[in-house]
Design a protein around this ligand. Structure first.
Ligand code: HEC
Length: 241
């Protein structure tokens, strides 16, 4: 009895960090819709990432030629290459870290493993949660990253959002409202960010694709083995009865 109590206490204690992390900042995180087996989505994400994010961020652990793994052809990849880069080059930021730091007050971090570090849901929500805030030097703030140094380069697509604080049964609920539309509808923008985060997830652990495939092969092999073993058993026992 005491053992069971002790064990359940231990399980509870092990859960504590997860609960604390899940509640960080108290902001509800939307679920990222990503699917690592959807190559078209990964390719759209890669295009959007290289066109919009590498201006400031790098992905130093990612080489352009690894885009072959998500079904892009060498020609398609070559079209995305910045001047002076080769197929085997890593994804470098256009802006050097020092100038970026001067401009934004903080250097844009490398995004190679961002999806794994923050979690896909965090990144998905972050990229959809910028809002106008005249108290910030950049003119914007972010619900999941208060005081963020990143300017809202996504406003051109998403439009501008304003913060609305409503009082629900005595506690404040923060909500964002689109006040100035961008070039995409809300659904298009969510889908675009979904693809982008899917790609960031792939980039943070490209081996995941191989691992998933390997899993199916192993299960298939075990299944085959089961059938063979069963046939063998029948063969062995058939003369005994
Ligand atoms: C104009 C420069 C610029 C561009 C372009 C830009 N960012 Fe940023 N980003 C920043 C800066 C600066 C920060 C650091 C913010 C801070 O720490 O306050 C940042 C932070 C981030 C973070 C949070 C990092 C963390 O602390 O975990 C993510 C995620 C991110 N950017 C994703 C993107 C994506 C995806 C794109 C492309 C759609 C992009 N950024 C384009 C400048 C930029």
């Amino acid at each position: 009895m005491i053992l069971i109590k002790k064990l359940s206490m231990m399980v509870l204690l092990m859960l504590v960090p997860a609960l604390v992390l899940a509640n960080e900042g108290g902001v509800h995180l939307d679920k990222a819709p990503g699917n690592l087996n959807d190559q078209a989505s990964l390719q759209r994400g890669a295009q959007f990432f290289t066109a919009n994010c590498l201006a400031c961020h790098s992905a130093n652990y990612m080489r352009y030629n690894r885009l072959l793994d998500i079904g892009m052809s060498e020609d398609e990849i070559k079209k995305m290459l910045p001047e002076g880069s080769k197929l085997g080059s890593t994804m470098k930021a256009m802006m050097d870290a020092e100038s970026a730091k001067t401009a934004f007050g903080v250097a844009p971090p490398d995004l190679s493993v961002e999806a794994r570090a923050r979690g896909v849901d965090w990144v998905y929500t972050y990229l959809r949660s910028f809002y106008t805030d005249s108290n910030r030097p950049s003119g914007v703030n972010n619900l999941v990253f208060p005081g963020v140094g990143m300017p809202n380069i996504l406003a051109a697509y998403q439009g501008e959002q304003a913060l609305q604080v409503e009082n629900h049964d005595g506690h404040e609920v923060k909500m964002l409202k689109l006040v100035n539309p961008g070039s995409m509808t809300a659904a298009q923008y969510d889908a675009t960010v979904g693809d982008l985060v899917n790609y960031l997830d792939f980039m943070s652990e490209p081996a995941k694709l191989v691992r998933h495939k390997l899993g199916y092969i192993v299960i298939g092999f075990l299944f085959l083995l089961l059938i063979l073993t069963y046939a063998l058993k029948k063969e062995f026992w058939k003369d005994i009865h």
